[in-house]
Write a protein that binds this ligand. Structure first.
Ligand code: CUA
Length: 180
């Protein structure tokens, strides 16, 4: 019962550790170490947390770069959400902007080609999650996260926001189309 009742007339750090208390502290410590080790292991083997660089930016500066890419390389409109679909040149810098409540614009990329994908937010924290392959990144205003990506399968990928960001969170989607 020594683990349930508070010590009354004793100095707690002089009481010997109960066997069950020691066991649970040990289990918790092992679990912490396991989760700590999983961070780099999952980065390398999980293929879901990509290596990225991050730079300081301002929402307006980033938005200008997004708009320049949209103006130059839009190929069609995504009819479902009235969002431009941008087909940027192979190897170029590609931008996607998170804002409440939309990922903007949609992208069309070529399989097997590399792009520099820049992500930032206009307002507050959003999640950039590529489904169904479950790549994830946290996106913050004021920071430009850059990942070098090479799509290795053709198809239609849905971008969803996976950080709760307000009443329109569940509408915050976009698309990446990968063509052969
Ligand atoms: Cu943006 Cu949730």
């Amino acid at each position: 019962m020594s683990t349930i009742l508070p010590p009354s007339d004793v100095i707690w750090w002089k009481v010997p550790v109960d066997r069950s208390e020691g066991l649970w502290v040990g289990i918790a410590l092992l679990w912490c170490l396991f989760m700590f080790a999983m961070m780099p292991i999952w980065h390398i083997y999980g293929n879901q947390n990509l290596s990225n660089e991050a730079y300081r930016t301002h929402p307006e500066v980033f938005q200008d770069k997004v708009n320049a890419m949209v103006d130059a390389h839009t190929v069609r409109k995504e009819t479902q959400w009235n969002v431009p679909v941008v087909k940027p040149p192979v190897g170029s810098d590609v931008y996607m902007l998170g804002k409440k409540w939309q990922w903007y614009p949609a992208l069309e990329l070529k399989k097997g080609e590399s792009y520099r994908l820049h992500l930032s937010s206009m307002d507050w924290q959003h999640g950039f999650s590529v489904q169904p392959i479950n790549i994830n990144a946290q996106i913050l205003p004021g920071y430009e996260s850059v990942m070098t990506i090479t799509p290795n399968q053709a198809g239609e990928f849905t971008i969803i926001c996976n950080e709760y960001c307000g009443v329109g969170h569940h509408f915050m989607t976009s698309k990446i189309y990968v063509t052969e």
